[in-house]
Design a protein around this ligand. Structure first.
Ligand SMILES: Cc1cc2nc3c(=O)[nH]c(=O)nc-3n(C[C@H](O)[C@H](O)[C@H](O)COP(=O)(O)OP(=O)(O)OC[C@H]3O[C@@H](n4cnc5c(N)ncnc54)[C@H](O)[C@@H]3O)c2cc1C
Length: 469
C-alpha cells in the first residue's frame, strides 16, 4: 500500500468538490479531489441521445449568484452561456386535473383561475396578517397557510416545493429551505410588505427586476452544450489533482492531520473536506465520531426519476409553449411535473423536435423508484396525454434514477446544523460541504466552495484549524 500526501483532500467530485478543488488550486494549495465513480459531476450530466441533449439532473442555475458568475468567468465559459428566453415565464400548475397558468405578479392573481375567489382574497389578506418574529422553525406549509391561506399553501407553495425540492411542504423547514421568505416576514412584517419595500430599495439603487417571495429572482441559465460543460472545464483545470474511480473508504487522524483510506493507498492530508451527500459522509465519520455520524446520517433525501421524452414538434401540435408545469401534492397525478426543455433552451433538440422531461417520485412518492422503466414511462405518458392531449409515441426515451437525489431539510434542520457544527469543532481541519447542509441548488454549492477555499487559503500559513459544515 502506497502513502501519498496533499495539503487538502476533497472527497467527492460533484460540483461542490470540483469547485472547491478549483478554487483551492487557484489559491496555490496542493489539493487532491477524490471521486468514487469513473466520471466527475455527481448529479450533473448532459447526455446527447438521438439528437436530444438530455440533462440527467439539474437543467440550469439562476444567474443572480455572483460566485457562479465568477466561476464561469474564471473557467473561460462566458461565451458558452445560454439564458432562458421569455417562454420561461410561461408556467403552469395542475389544479383539479387541468393546467392553470401561474400568475407571475400578485395583480395577475386576481384574474387567474388557479385559486377560488375565496383563496385569492385570502392571499391578498396577507397584508393584514401579524408577523411572527420568534426564532422557532416551522414547516413551509405552516408558514404559507398562516400568511397566504391554506388553499394557496396547498396549491402554489406545495407546487413550488415540488419543483425545487421534490419535497413535502408539510415537512420542510422554512428557515433552511426558504430563508428568504422568513427574512421577508421578520424584516418587513410580511411578503407583500417586503416586496413593496424591496421594490423601493431597488429603485433607489437604480436597479430593475428582482425576485418575488417564492424565489431569489434571476434568469435560468445553462451552457449551449448542457450543464456538464462546467464539469468538463473543472476536470480540465484540475488535471491530475482529480482522481476518478477512487472511493474514500475510511478516514482517521494521523500526525496532526488526516489519513484517508483509498483502494490500495493511504492519502495523508492536513485538511479534509467531505463534499459527498450526507448519507455518504456518515459512514466515513462513524469511527471518528459516532454522534457526528448519526447527525449527518439522519439528514434525509428524496428520490427522483427523470424521464426524458423526445417528440417530433408535429406530434405536440396544440401544446402551448412554455417552461412546463408542476403538480402539487393535493392532485391525484403520479408525477411531480414536466419541464419543456426545448422551449427554455432551444438547443436541447434538433429543429422540429421537442424535449420534455417528466419528474417522478420525490418525498411524497418514494416507491416510484422501485418501478420498471416501462412503468415510469407509462406514468409520464399518461400524464402528458391527460394534461396536454399528447397521444403520440416519443421518438426518444431515457429514464434516469436518482435514488437519493435531493436532500430534504426537515423542520429542525437549523438545529441539526448547529449540533453538527458543535460536533465538528474538536476535529480541526475537517469540513463538510455539499448540498446536504446549507442550500440544495448548484449556486449554493458553488458559493460555499468559493468561501471555504478562501477561508482555508487565508489560514493555510497557520496550523490547520476550524472544522465546519
Ligand atoms: C433531478 C435533479 C434536478 C435538479 N435540478 C436542479 C436545478 O435545476 N438547479 C440547481 O441549481 N440544482 C438542481 N439540482 C440540485 C443539484 O444537482 C445539486 O445541488 C448539485 O449537483 C449537488 O452537487 P454536490 O457536489 O454537492 O453533490 P453530488 O452531485 O451528489 O456529488 C457528490 C459526489 O461525491 C461522490 N462520492 C460520494 N461518496 C464518495 C466517497 N466515499 N469517495 C469519493 N467520492 C464520493 C459521488 O460519487 C458524487 O460524484 C437537481 C438535482 C436533481 C437530482
Amino acid at each position: 500500500m502506497s502513502a501519498q500526501q496533499a495539503q487538502v483532500a476533497v472527497v467527492g467530485a460533484g460540483i461542490s468538490g470540483l469547485a472547491l478543488g478549483f478554487h483551492l488550486q487557484r489559491h496555490g494549495i496542493d489539493v487532491q479531489v477524490l471521486e468514487a465513480r469513473e466520471r466527475a459531476g455527481g448529479n450533473i450530466r448532459s447526455e446527447e441521445r438521438q439528437g436530444y441533449l438530455c440533462e440527467w439532473g439539474p437543467n440550469g442555475w439562476l444567474d443572480n449568484e455572483p460566485a457562479t458568475a465568477r466561476l464561469v468567468q474564471a473557467l473561460g465559459l462566458d461565451d458558452q452561456v445560454v439564458r432562458a428566453g421569455e417562454l420561461a415565464n410561461v408556467r403552469w400548475i395542475v389544479r383539479d386535473g387541468a393546467l392553470r397558468a401561474l400568475p407571475l405578479r400578485p395583480p395577475q392573481l386576481l384574474s387567474s383561475d388557479i385559486l377560488t375567489l375565496r383563496g385569492k382574497l385570502r392571499v391578498l389578506m396577507e397584508w393584514a396578517q401579524p408577523a411572527r418574529r420568534d426564532a422557532a422553525d416551522e414547516s413551509v406549509f405552516d408558514f404559507a397557510a398562516r400568511r397566504i391561506g391554506r388553499e394557496a399553501a396547498e396549491v402554489l407553495v406545495d407546487a413550488m416545493v415540488t419543483g425545487i425540492y421534490a419535497g413535502d411542504s408539510r415537512h420542510l423547514s422554512l428557515q433552511s429551505a426558504f430563508p428568504r421568505m422568513r427574512d421577508m416576514e421578520v424584516r418587513y412584517g410580511g411578503l407583500f410588505k417586503a416586496m413593496r419595500a424591496m421594490r423601493r430599495e431597488r429603485r433607489a439603487r437604480g436597479e430593475h427586476g428582482g425576485g418575488g417571495p417564492m424565489g431569489p429572482g434571476g434568469t435560468l441559465t445553462s451552457f449551449h452544450g448542457g450543464l456538464e460543460t462546467v464539469v468538463h472545464a473543472l476536470v480540465d483545470k484540475l488535471g491530475t489533482r482529480l482522481r476518478l474511480a477512487t472511493p474514500v473508504e475510511g478516514l482517521g487522524r494521523s500526525n496532526g492531520g488526516w489519513s484517508l483510506s483509498l483502494p490500495n493507498a493511504e492519502l495523508h492530508a492536513e485538511r479534509v473536506v467531505i463534499a459527498s451527500p450526507a448519507w455518504k459522509a456518515a459512514p466515513l465519520l462513524r469511527d471518528l465520531d459516532a454522534d457526528l455520524a448519526r447527525e449527518v446520517g439522519a439528514i434525509p433525501s428524496a428520490p427522483v426519476v427523470v424521464v426524458c421524452l423526445g417528440f417530433s414538434e408535429e406530434s405536440l401540435r396544440g401544446v402551448e409553449k412554455g417552461f412546463g408545469f408542476l403538480v402539487p401534492g393535493c392532485e391525484e397525478l403520479p408525477i411531480l411535473g414536466t419541464l419543456f426543455d426545448t422551449w427554455v433552451f432551444p438547443n436541447r433538440s434538433q429543429p422540429g423536435h421537442v424535449l420534455l422531461r417528466t419528474m417522478i417520485g420525490g418525498a411524497r412518492d418514494p416507491n416510484a423508484m422501485e418501478e420498471t422503466d416501462d412503468q415510469l414511462i407509462a406514468r409520464a405518458l399518461a400524464a402528458l396525454k391527460r394534461l396536454l392531449g399528447v397521444t403520440a409515441d416519443p421518438e426518444m426515451l431515457l429514464v434516469v434514477r436518482h435514488p437519493r437525489g435531493i436532500p430534504q431539510y426537515p423542520v429542525g434542520h437549523p438545529q441539526t446544523l448547529e449540533r453538527i457544527d458543535k460536533a465538528l469543532a474538536p476535529h480541526s481541519g475537517l469540513a463538510l460541504a455539499g448540498n446536504s447542509y446549507r442550500g440544495i441548488a448548484m449556486n449554493a454549492c458553488i458559493k460555499e466552495a468559493e468561501a471555504l477555499a478562501a477561508e482555508w487559503a487565508s489560514a493555510a500559513s497557520t496550523d490547520p484549524s476550524g472544522a465546519r459544515a
